[in-house]
Design a protein. Structure first.
Length: 87
């Protein structure tokens, strides 16, 4: 079994108002020295079977078109192999 993790983040040049709000809140509750906060989203896809080059290419297509907005966001995709119990 394979677990695919897709992390989607706003591109660095795109303003992140939610990240900025969290950054301000962290300062107000006493955490100093926070230079920046960016918020994003994570997708976890558990797959049965092999992750070969064709499946990996399909996953990249999905991540680049369905899970993220390529105009505003970047994504990182990683594949982890699990023991089959979903952990």
């Amino acid at each position: 079994m394979a677990r695919v993790v897709v992390v989607v983040m706003l591109k660095p040049e795109i303003l992140d108002p939610q990240g900025r709000a969290v950054q301000g809140a962290l300062g107000r509750i006493g955490l100093g020295g926070v230079a920046d906060v960016r918020q994003g989203k994570q997708f976890i896809i558990d797959l049965d079977g092999e992750v070969d080059d064709a499946v990996l290419a399909q996953l990249h297509d999905i991540a680049g078109s369905l899970l993220s907005n390529p105009v505003l966001e970047n994504y990182e995709l990683s594949v982890e192999f699990t023991d089959g119990d979903g952990a």
